[in-house]
Design a protein around this ligand. Structure first.
Ligand code: C2E
Ligand code: MG
Ligand code: MG
Ligand code: MG
Length: 301
């Protein structure tokens, strides 16, 4: 009896795994073809000064204009692209488009940030190729920022440090993305020539919850529940984490102080409400990014 159901389950999993492998290979092939066809496009989301909402730069976010399935976001293909190494080619394609935009728009405001995965950082001669693309376009490297997650950096250490240092030496900015979600946030600041950090959106989402530390304009009744997802940011189950001394609000405020103390650029991600904006501004966050200010979109014009 048990054996029979066990065998049945195996057949089930076998079929599932087979179809997953097929899908994966299909996606890989489609990525390869789309790299040749130029189907990877870049959308740009503004970064603003929280002081007055002036645009201080943009973040480049890759999109896949899939021939059959329409415009796809990174969540639909990034894992396969990273596991197959194809992200290296996608990254070069993104950087090439970003540098073309910078070259064509000498008066574009501020910097453009590009995201880089651990797989890219680990790739041989990644930094040399990166700088080669920048130089082909004749773009001033100080108009670029590279965003790496602390997880990406910690997974590779020595090799990675050399790659990003080479970019820093040419004047490219280095921001730690999704700050606060890894296991080594502070060590990254110590070990790498970091110029800025991006407070992870999960901290920002928590700011909208009742009792968030440093909350401004508390008109009580609103309870807009923009961050009803209590699972964000490793919150505790009792639902009172925002009010505590180590709630997201207190952590965001403390990190703003750390950023200022180290002379770094602080960017708060995922700002969707004016309440979050006001709280973060009062905490001392210089820059912000989120749907409140603008969604990712093709470069205008
Ligand atoms: P990320 O670097 O942390 O980028 C921020 C993500 O949050 C983007 O998702 C952006 O569209 C989204 N976002 C911005 N404002 C808001 C907001 O107010 N609310 C909400 N709910 N979301 C907001 P996207 O474009 O889907 O990208 C997801 C991730 O994929 C990025 O996270 C980044 O890690 C990765 N990625 C994107 N483009 C590239 C790329 O060219 N190369 C590599 N290696 N990774 C990329
Ligand atoms: Mg990013
Ligand atoms: Mg981020
Ligand atoms: Mg992210």
């Amino acid at each position: 009896q048990a054996k029979r159901s066990g065998r049945a389950r195996w057949q089930f999993f076998d079929a599932t795994m087979h179809s997953q492998a097929m899908t994966r290979l299909t996606i890989e092939d489609e990525i390869r073809m789309s790299l040749l066809a130029g189907d990877f496009v870049v959308h740009y989301q503004p970064l603003v000064a929280l002081f007055d909402r002036t645009v201080v730069g943009h973040e480049a976010l890759v999109r896949w204009q899939h021939p059959q399935r329409g415009l796809l976001s990174p969540q639909d293909f990034l894992a396969v692209a990273e596991e197959s190494g194809l992200i290296v080619g996608i990254g070069r394609c993104v950087l090439d488009q970003v540098c073309a935009v910078l070259a064509a728009h000498p008066d574009a405001p501020g910097t453009i940030s590009v995201n880089v995965s651990a797989v890219e950082l680990a790739h041989d001669e990644w930094a040399e190729k990166f700088l080669g693309i920048v130089d082909i376009h004749g773009v001033d490297p100080s108009r670029l920022v590279v965003e790496v997650t602390e997880t990406a950096v910690m997974s590779l250490r020595a090799h990675t440090a050399g790659s990003v240092a080479a970019l820093r030496d040419r004047g490219i900015g280095l921001h730690v993305d999704d700050f606060g979600t890894g296991f080594s946030s502070i060590a990254v600041l110590r070990d790498l020539p970091v110029t800025g950090l991006k407070l992870d959106a999960s901290f920002v989402a928590d700011l909208a919850a009742p009792g968030a530390v440093g909350r401004l304009g508390s008109d009580g009744a609103s309870g807009d529940g923009a961050a009803a997802d209590g699972g964000a940011g490793g919150s505790t189950a009792d639902g009172a984490h925002n009010a505590g001394a180590r709630g997201s609000g207190a952590l965001a405020a403390g990190l703003a102080g750390l950023v200022a103390h180290l002379g770094l650029t602080g960017v708060a991600e995922g700002i969707e409400t004016e309440e979050q904006e006001a709280t973060l501004r009062a905490q001392g966050w210089q820059h912000g990014q989120g749907y409140l200010f603008g969604r990712p979109a093709p470069w205008p014009g």
